[in-house]
Design a protein around this ligand. Structure first.
Ligand SMILES: Nc1ncnc2c1ncn2[C@@H]1O[C@H](COP(=O)(O)OP(=O)(O)OP(=O)(O)O)[C@@H](O)[C@H]1O
Length: 599
């Protein structure tokens, strides 16, 4: 990368960086340019700027330039120390509260609110008044303690939004610890806010230090820009016309503040597009692949007599026996999931029974809100409050690799530690859109690592990397992409990476929630072909959720159609296509035929 590409394109930001760099250099090197001690009095009293005293002298003959450059060190030092401490407090309070929620959040929220409502400057004055010693570090700490709350509030809101994103769900599902999720998944995505909060804290601290010193509450034995202003004001420099005494520190405070604010503009411009959650989901897709053609050759599109709304009666669930070879791997029995909402209980999954067999592709279709995600989230145990499983069971039929040992695992009753082990190594997940499911700020290799480290803690780093490369190759991605960031990959590639990560521990079951909806038709086709090839190679079963019934007719062995939480039709895909029995399924098929999606 050439240096020019590292420079921000915005003129405002460049100016901000130049100003900040200038003052940092001034603080670092300025004292080397002057032979005068900033505190040392001299015979030249209240002299205007000259070759000898570049910024003139004070009432006691001290060199103003020397005070200015030494003061820069102190003022900026206080700013940076206070900024760091304040941001550490903000990050801890904001992110822990925003991620953990519950009582911890309430406590931290009240604490933040208290610091927000108490006016900052009076609190600062009171606290400084009680300091045993007024060294600059103590002043910086007091400034930090009074200035963290605003930033903590913003970080809490951001964390609450990030914790719902798919890549955080994915990290939870893979078994990463909560601390790790906060600091390696959520925090890197909130870094622009942390950086901008830091700069804001530095500005506040520089101004607060100046304010405190100007009021005589700072460390008056240390030269800072604030103490220069204090002494200039007490010596009535303004009345004497000694502008050179108060203009440099006053101007410097204003210019440093402006410089940091300009950099903050840049952070906003850089961060906001990246923090957006990606493209809109749910593009309508028309398909006419080989299986659809084969189906079309076998029969014409079914004759649908009436649209669903005018069907007089609901015949109830239409269930036909499965037509697959493998033995059951997941059984859902009489499952009921409800959401407790302010308007009453919503029954999102209503008495559903399904059986997924080894190696089977089970398609879950139905309109938006029909309960598909609630059902799959129940299987993967990713339901969150206010969702509650009120009846039924979900059993995972575990089988050792050689088939010699078998065990039924009650998924709903599984303790958290066992669930963490089972999830991903036996039941993995490909989330709705890889745009969201991959952490945008970590490399592909690290995202593989996150999964493998949890489940294979003893595997050496080199082997983990080799495994990541191997899995990428399996999904048709060049090995050198292992170090890419998600934004360097196309949508199809990202989805392949998500699939490769789901496959890395060779699970028995993969739950795919609309894995290809955001992809265009050709890419979708390639990704699906790849998934089917991998299914043949590894023999895992798939639960494939989509609105797209035509797509399911192509790839699924069995299809379950859901409507308002109920399973209305369930059986082998071909039978469902040729002989749909429920009016809702027939309406769906007819709408596909009308669109020409079924040949
Ligand atoms: N957090 C929630 N609080 C209350 N009700 C919810 C919540 N999440 C889902 N629901 C309700 O549960 C029902 C099923 O929703 P679900 O998301 O499972 O459907 P879906 O078929 O997966 O929809 P989509 O295809 O849009 O994802 C809907 O009526 C929905 O309004």
């Amino acid at each position: 990368m050439s240096p020019s590409t590292l420079l921000p394109s915005s003129g405002k930001v460049r100016l901000g960086l130049a100003i900040t760099l200038f003052f940092v250099l001034l603080a670092a090197l300025g004292p080397l340019l002057t032979a005068y001690d900033p505190q040392q009095s001299g015979p030249d009293i209240l002299q205007p700027p000259s070759g000898q005293h570049w910024f003139g002298t004070t009432q006691t003959g001290q060199d103003v330039f020397s005070q200015f450059v030494h003061g820069a060190r102190v003022s900026l030092g206080v700013g940076v120390v206070a900024g760091i401490v304040s941001q550490v407090i903000s990050v801890l309070v904001g992110m822990i509260g925003g991620y953990f929620r519950g009582a911890t959040d309430e406590l931290l929220y009240v604490l933040t609110a208290v610091f927000l409502v108490v006016p900052g400057m009076p609190l600062l004055i009171v606290l400084t008044g009680y300091l045993p010693s007024r060294g600059m570090v103590s002043v910086a700490l007091v400034i930090a303690i009074t200035s963290w709350a605003g930033s903590a509030r913003v970080l809490r809101a951001q964390t609450m939004s990030l914790r719902r994103r798919d890549f955080v769900e994915a990290a939870r599902a893979t078994g990463e610890s909560r601390t790790r999720i906060i600091f390696s998944e959520v925090m890197p995505n909130a870094l622009p806010l942390v950086a901008s909060g830091f700069l804001f804290s530095v500005i506040t601290a520089v101004l607060s230090e100046a304010g405190l010193s100007f009021l005589g509450l700072g460390s008056l034995t240390t030269t800072s820009w604030g103490s220069m202003l204090y002494f200039a004001q007490s010596a009535q420099a303004f009345l004497y016309g000694a502008w050179w005494w108060f203009v440099p520190p006053g101007l410097a405070i204003a210019v440093v503040g402006a410089g940091l604010a300009l950099i903050n503009f840049g952070i906003d411009e850089f961060a906001n597009p990246r923090l957006r959650t990606g493209r809109s989901r749910r593009r309508p897709v028309r398909r006419s692949g080989p299986v659809a053609a084969a189906l079309a050759a076998a029969t014409t599109a079914p004759e649908v007599r009436e649209p669903e709304s005018s069907e007089p009666t609901d015949p109830g669930p239409q269930v036909r026996p499965a037509d697959v070879a493998g033995d059951p791997v997941v059984s859902v029995r009489d499952l009921v999931v409800e959401y407790d909402t302010p308007d009453g209980r919503v029954r999102a999954v209503d008495d559903v029974s399904l059986t997924l067999h080894r190696g089977e592709v089970l398609g879950l279709a139905g309109e938006s809100g029909s309960g598909k995600s609630t059902l799959t989230n129940a299987v993967t145990r990713l339901l969150r409050t206010p969702a509650e499983v009120t009846a039924g069971s979900i059993t995972y039929h575990r089988r050792s690799r050689d088939g010699s040992r078998r065990e039924d695992v009650d998924l709903l009753g599984l303790p958290d530690d066992e669930l963490r082990v089972l999830r991903w190594s036996e039941i993995a997940i490909v989330f709705q859109s890889a745009m969201n499911a991959l952490n945008p700020v970590t490399r592909v290799s690290a995202q593989f690592d996150d999964v493998v480290r949890v489940h294979r803690p003893t595997m050496p780093a080199a082997d983990r990397r080799a495994l990541a490369v191997q899995m990428l190759q399996k999904v048709g991605i060049e090995p050198d992409r292992v170090d890419a960031y998600p934004h360097e990959l196309s949508g199809g590639m990202k989805q392949r990476v998500a699939i490769a990560i789901a496959l890395v521990l060779e699970p028995e079951v993969i739950v795919m929630d609309e894995p290809t909806t955001a992809l265009d038709l050709l890419v979708q086709r390639e990704v699906l072909d790849q998934v089917m090839r991998l299914r043949d190679e590894y023999g895992f079963a798939i639960v494939f959720t989509t609105h797209d019934l035509a797509l399911l007719l192509e790839i699924a062995d069995s299809i379950a159609v859901m409507q308002t939480g109920r399973l209305v039709e369930y059986g082998p895909a071909l039978e469902l296509y040729t002989d749909a029995r429920h009016p809702y399924t027939r309406a769906l098929l007819r709408s596909l035929a009308d669109l020409g999606a079924l040949l």
